[in-house]
Design a protein around this ligand. Structure first.
Ligand SMILES: C[S@@+](CC[C@H](N)C(=O)[O-])C[C@H]1O[C@@H](n2cnc3c(N)ncnc32)[C@H](O)[C@@H]1O
Length: 262
């Protein structure tokens, strides 16, 4: 069953992301990370072209936040449903979409997506708004998987949202060992379910859920200012002057397809 955003359980990270929504875009790291994700994803899918051709893709982004990646991808796609569980994030995205010159093919949706037939997703047929929901050519999700309590469940939902032959392109930081915990400052651990993605574990899970042509690879690296000791950045969660040190983090791109039925 689909969950209304308001019914999210405490500790899901929803409160954290609602609280951070208004200041999210002030952090240069999230802009750079979304740019890297787009640079990793776009060349993998020849149908991602600007402007999109007649074979333009229907794209679903799960955990779009304020739409940083959605807005980069929009010119390359037919339509992009931008979904986030935090209403605050979606409100920021909606404000951006009211600005001049912004893409008109983004559909913002505030929902914790658990059901491929969630009524809040666009309908497969505009003439039947209450009918079956749209199935997508491509699903993206960037810096989200490490917040998801049950990866198997979300991967199953993704599979159910894809057309036959459709693909996922999921990006997040990689878990390379105990040092990966330093990605988040101590005060930013709310809603963090794991310290990045293990390549082999993720590939095995995607295969188990039923994806085919699964690949999980390191796609780029980024330098991030991290705490020298736990709690150094205090409640701000970001380094003050002379605080922190630089650590390099690899990021994974996880791709897989929904197989065609015989
Ligand atoms: C770290 S933020 C990343 C936001 C955005 N992708 C970016 O890079 O700027 C993670 C986002 O995922 C959202 N999220 C987490 N679990 C979700 C779920 N199951 N469905 C939809 N959104 C989810 C959170 O609300 C949050 O906005």
């Amino acid at each position: 069953m689909a969950s209304a955003v308001s019914s999210l359980h405490a500790g899901s990270g929803n409160e954290r992301f609602n609280a951070e929504a208004a200041s999210w875009d002030r952090n240069p790291f999230v802009h750079k990370a979304s740019k890297h994700a787009a640079d990793a994803i776009i060349p993998r899918f020849p149908a991602l072209r600007s402007p999109p051709g007649p074979d333009g893709l229907d794209v679903l982004e799960i955990g779009c936040g304020t739409g940083l990646l959605s807005l980069i991808l929009a010119p390359y796609v037919k339509r992009l449903a931008a979904v986030d569980a935090a209403e605050g994030m979606i409100d920021v995205l909606k404000t951006k979409l009211e600005g001049p010159g912004t893409p008109q093919n983004i559909v913002p949706v505030a929902v914790l997506l658990e059901d491929p037939e969630d009524r809040q997703l666009p309908p497969a047929d505009e003439k039947e708004p209450d009918g079956k929901r749209l199935k997508f050519d491509l699903i993206t999700s960037h810096l989200v998987l490490h917040h998801i309590p049950d990866l198997k469940t979300v991967l199953t939902t993704m599979l159910g949202c894809l057309k036959e032959g459709g693909s996922v392109a999921l990006t997040d930081f990689e878990n390379t060992g105990p040092e990966s915990k330093r990605f988040h400052a101590k005060s930013r651990m709310g809603g963090v379910e794991r310290h990045g993605i293990h390549r082999d574990t993720m590939a095995a899970l995607m295969n188990e859920v039923g994806f085919v042509n699964v690949r999980v690879e390191t796609a780029w690296t980024m330098d991030k200012s991290v705490e020298k000791f736990e709690g150094e950045f205090g409640d701000a969660g970001r380094p003050g002057e002379l605080q922190g040190e630089i650590q390099r983090f690899p990021f994974v791109l996880c791709t897989g397809e929904r197989k065609f039925c015989q």
